[in-house]
Design a protein around this ligand. Sequence first.
Ligand code: PXG
Length: 291
Amino acid sequence: MKIFLGGKLVDEADAKVSVFDHGLLYGDGVFEGIRAYHGKVFLLEAHVKRLYESAKAIALEIPMSQQEMADAVRETCRANDLSEGYIRLVVTRGVGTLGLNPYLCKKPEIFIIAAKIQLYPQELYETGMKVVTVGTVRNHPEAINPRIKSLNYLNNVMAKIEAINSGVLECIMLNGQGQVAEASGDNIFVVKDGVLRTPPVWCGALDGLTRRAVMEIAEDAGYTVKEDVLQRYDLFTADEMFLTGTAAEVIAVTEVDRRTIGEGTPGKVTLDLQARFKEYVKENGVPIIDA
Ligand code: PXG
């Protein structure tokens, strides 16, 4: 595998970063997870834009333009013959001293991995998944704002640990007010009386690009979509529930904290949106190879 690192493509075995990199020492950096479908990078510009906004929020200046970054992503896909897969784009604060001061880090480290991902077993896409609410509260917006896709994912990792310890693969995270925020790596939607509802980002969610795409797809298909504060009660009493994320795509949730959602199988709105999403990804990508 070829990795984009330090401005060029290198062999996987040579793709190494320093133990003094603040990305490693402090989780000081930002990232994106992007999908490629049918030879196109899905929502490439939007992912790159979000990366730069995350970087801006942590006062990290990325020493290349958004266009150069997008081109580097496509170049990495070409170098690995990738037409279908998952791309991890990472910018760290770079090498610094054994001290927090980020201003002593002179050069951000940029790397891109173009590979594959299978987040959940295929079977779960047919049966739907079970989730639990966890005790780990989503980051306070004035701590690490959940809209920042930072390298510091401990909050989500600890939530994931709780989920797995409870025998399920994903969880519901609440914010400090007890409102539904998101899953550990996905956004949440419910369907109630034909209306789609998802928490606004200020409730503690990443401004997920799959979330945005699904909102647009649903509106175009004639559904009403609302950003609403959701409580656990709204999940328990939903007709349908599903999660969205680059890695997860659109996946039904059929049980929350041992309450069956709807009929206990993926609902018809969820199935409809899954099918529409599959079509949407064909149309909304940047070709990896120039036409
Ligand atoms: N919330 C969080 C906290 C995320 O990390 C999403 C929502 C969905 O956003 P997008 O833009 O992808 O629709 C994410 C992104 C994993 C994993 O292994 C998941 C993400 C990123 C990296 C790894 O589960 N999801």
